[in-house]
Design a protein around this ligand. Structure first.
Ligand SMILES: Cc1cc2nc3c(=O)[nH]c(=O)nc-3n(C[C@H](O)[C@H](O)[C@H](O)COP(=O)(O)O)c2cc1C
Length: 363
């Protein structure tokens, strides 16, 4: 396939030069630097909103939600400066206690697109009703979830989504759209199954919105395969997490470079969803059923097994440790392709691999 024939990705009124979204990655793995840099390069850069206030020295369990709002507004402004007029999205997770506050904060800060998963964003149009220019993109793993969202949004708000991200639990990083670990490898949730099904269904109901494929897409051939399946764009996480512009510490990125295929494991996150991560010592302890006694530091999740029972682990603490590169204590979320990260590349180099040096230089 030649460059001219790549699909045009149009989400609401936003049309990036390249049909690529850098997926939102928390906590602060995709902060203002990465999201702004991807937007500047001609993709859609996504700021992860989860727990963003925790980077502040003065953040505590008592002021966490307020700090998140302050930090989000600052982060959107910083990303905007970097983005050179490019398109910026925010990734907001439904499983969070302060989901609505986060959504409102990024809208007020002038975000272009909200991409929302980790649960079904059934009330998203209601929360964003004062910001009609903000495009709304649910993340789903099945046709069933997508159709439920379309029906509910149309009935309650007379509004359709502006796109869908289909994220397959077969290979994606972070929390996975499957009810339990045994379902993660289910081929009925693969991109090969869900993308054509969803594209056909949208055609049938005459809803002309793009479908974006996420999970396991690393190079140009995988991107083109997703387009052949009917996707109009791809969302990539793992490869961007280890980029030079990524907001994580060098040690986080080095953990990706060091990772081998067999280092990737599945866990049950305290929010009740399975997740994919590196087998760090912290994860080994969890797999050995060793409980922790640390206090809950953020009260971040709406439903948290750890807060309720002290089983599993404090996910806010574990993700902050990973962000800072603490291999022993950190939870290093990653996609199944993490072993293919063998060096730290700039965002521009990644785009050049995907679209060719000439196309990137011409941007
Ligand atoms: C370190 C890491 C953190 C992530 N955090 C989030 C998140 O906060 N919210 C979310 O919706 N998805 C999250 N994801 C999923 C990504 O946005 C993306 O959809 C997914 O990783 C795509 O698969 P890939 O990593 O194989 O490219 C995360 C992924 C990684 C690797």
């Amino acid at each position: 396939m030649v460059f001219d024939k790549l699909p045009t990705l149009k989400i609401g009124k936003y049309v990036p030069k390249f049909p690529v979204i850098q997926g939102g990655m928390g906590v602060l793995i995709s902060g203002p630097n990465l999201s702004g840099s991807v937007a500047a390069e001609g993709g859609i850069g996504t700021l992860a909103t989860v727990g963003i206030g925790m980077a502040s020295m003065t953040c505590s369990v008592d002021n966490f939600f307020r700090k998140n709002v302050e930090a989000l507004k600052e982060a959107v402004a910083k990303a905007r400066e970097k983005a050179k007029g490019g398109i910026l999205a925010a990734n907001c997770m439904c499983a969070l206690q302060d989901y609505e506050q986060q959504v409102r904060a990024v809208c007020e800060a002038g975000i272009d697109i909200i991409i929302s998963g980790a649960g079904l964003p059934l009330k998203l149009p209601e929360i964003t009703k004062d910001f009609p220019d903000v495009a709304l993109v649910p993340i789903v793993s099945s046709l069933k979830a997508a159709s439920l969202i379309v029906r509910r949004w149309m009935k309650s708000y007379n509004r359709a989504p502006d796109a869908f991200v289909v994220e397959t639990p077969n290979s994606a990083g972070g929390h996975l759209g499957a009810s339990k670990i045994e379902q993660v490898d289910d081929k009925s949730l693969s991109l090969e199954t869900v993308i054509p099904e969803l594209v056909a269904w949208l055609k049938e109901i005459k809803l002309n919105i793009p479908v974006i494929a996420a999970g396991g897409i690393f190079d140009r051939s995988e991107m083109l395969h997703a387009f052949e399946l009917g996707a109009s764009g791809v969302q990539m996480g793992t490869r961007f997490a280890a980029s030079a512009e990524g907001d994580a510490s060098d040690a986080f990125k080095q953990a990706y470079v060091n990772a081998k295929k067999e280092d990737v494991v599945l866990i049950n996150s305290p929010c009740g969803l399975p997740g994919r991560a590196l087998r760090s010592p912290m994860v080994e302890q969890y797999l050995a059923n060793i409980d922790h006694n640390d206090p809950c530091i953020a009260n971040c999740l709406a439903h948290c097994v750890y807060r309720a029972t002290h089983k599993t682990f404090c996910i806010a603490r574990a993700l902050i440790e990973a962000l800072q590169g603490n291999w022993n204590e950190g939870l290093f979320f990653c996609g199944s392709n993490v072993w293919r990260v063998d060096k730290i590349q700039s965002v521009r180099e990644i785009f050049a691999d995907l679209f060719g040096k000439d196309a990137v230089a011409a941007h």
